[in-house]
Write a protein of this length. Structure first.
Lengths: 272, 272
DNA sequence: CAAATAGTGTCTCTAAGACAATATCAC
DNA sequence: GTGATATTGTCTTAGAGACACTATTTG
């Protein structure tokens, strides 16, 4: 053991070239739209946080929030820090999507990206407030399959980003995507977003994952709408209630004044 | 666009310190043990490939195969290359497990590891042949839960590595493990192996994943034994057959001379 | 024949899907 | 009352688990 100490004292990491390492985060939120009818419930939208790039390369194009790994932090911490810096919200949960390390993926040089999905509850963002002049904006997401081709459409106000991707390979329940048209998204971020969505959808079968999107107290209909928005499916309310019954517990509060029967508020049951 | 070109010509990645990046691979194989009884089928064992370290740090301790990312390759390619260099076998499939980037995980300095699970079919390794004097050996794996504590036991001949881990947090179907006792495994590899096993088990519910462990032609009993070995469960043969029936198709060959009714060989059906 | 595995048929049980019916509110 | 959502109950169906039974081989 003495000689291991000795070895380490003299050790110098060799001068092989090293890559720069970044963490990029696809941060998703499910937002309830505005009420159009006093008694009809609003539609939900899946949204993703994008940042308008201020400098080269890809100046004025939209990109995922992210940044370089700093010494002394883990990659997860870096990812959480980037989201916190952009939104003032600490994400509830974060999930690795994959490593993007194609040698030519960044025109500035050898930079590999660790991609994460993060889930942010609408309530926390609402409290912080959105700045319309900011370079960080929430885009509505649609991701549709059309044969072997996938269309990823991201919209915020008049800004529409339309990326086209092709299914590359599918392994372990997740799919890799090749960019056909990056649709004004910076770097390879179109494929990162596609894989992040694919990962999110395959996880969203798990009700615990969905619960991370919700505030502390919620109605079962809100719970259901969030899952339907993420998964892009629909379930009969009666069956949904039965299936989540072991994940939630009643409170004695109700949501009133909605123009229809008030809904009981539930909270997450934190058992197994 | 002219000015982006100009920007890139003058761009130099800033002199922030960069980490070294490695890929480490938990390569698993399911081996059929030796026959003890002329008519009884042999037991199966789940095995993992470990390398005895020749130099410091952790000299003479066992570690996962892995190595530094080289310029011009992706992290996946690096992981596959490392396995190929150690076994002469190109893995059928490879799955990301996570990024291990705790600042103090490697005494040599700032080195982050991208961990992968890889699945190797016994047949391909048999053909290449094993070298008993080699520093690369297949260890039998047992990973048992005991309350909040997990015991990871790896054995090869007289060599027994006994690591103890604690469940750190469980998110998205996967669990993170904190090392209580590394059991003579180098670096943080005990926790990488634990997480790799946890990831493998959660994927092994998918029959396609299991099929990657098998040779081209196999009996349904072999198929079942491999799944039972990985998942550490048991299923009634009748039900297993029914459940995999859509994944396989018959050949007209049989395995004879086993002291009991010959089993039909099947092959993977490559549909949907 | 004995011992072992290979393979088939069928009953049961459970969880998900379908759907009908009732409850309760704001206007 | 009307129109909307909230909530409950029950029938149906698909798939997994249990288990009894038959088939086929080698020593």
């Amino acid at each position: 053991m003495g000689s291991e100490k000795e070895f380490l004292q003299n050790y110098k990491l060799s001068d092989y070239e090293r890559p720069s390492v970044t963490a990029d985060v696809a941060a998703f939120m499910v937002s309830s739209g505005d009420k159009t009818d006093y008694r009809r419930n609003p539609e939900n939208k899946l949204q993703i946080l994008l940042i308008k790039r201020g400098g080269y390369p890809f100046k004025d194009m939209w990109a995922l929030p992210g940044g370089f790994l700093q010494k002394g932090e883990t990659v997860e911490e870096c990812a959480m820090r980037e989201i916190y810096e952009e939104t003032d919200v600490m994400p509830v949960s974060i999930m690795p999507v994959g490593v993007f390390s194609a040698p030519d993926r960044d025109p500035r040089g050898w930079i590999i990206s660790n991609a994460y999905v993060s889930i942010i509850s609408e309530e926390s963002v609402r409290q912080v407030g959105k700045d319309d002049a900011s370079d960080a904006q929430w885009f509505s997401v649609s991701f549709e399959r059309d044969g072997d081709i996938y269309h990823l459409n991201l919209t915020y106000g008049d800004t529409e980003l339309k990326a086209v991707l092709a299914e590359e390979k599918s392994h372990f329940g997740r799919t890799e995507f090749r960019i056909v048209d990056s649709g004004r998204l910076a770097f390879d971020h179109a494929s990162i977003i596609a894989e992040a969505l694919s990962a999110l959808r395959s996880e969203a079968k798990n009700y615990d994952t969905i619960l991370d999107f919700l505030p502390e107290k919620f109605t079962l209909t809100a719970f259901q709408k969030v899952q339907e928005t993420i998964m892009n499916v629909s379930v009969l309310p009666a069956n949904f209630r039965r299936m989540v019954s072991s994940y939630v517990e009643e409170t004695d509060e109700y949501v009133r004044g909605e123009g229809h029967r008030p809904a009981k508020l539930y909270r997450r049951k934190n058992n197994s």
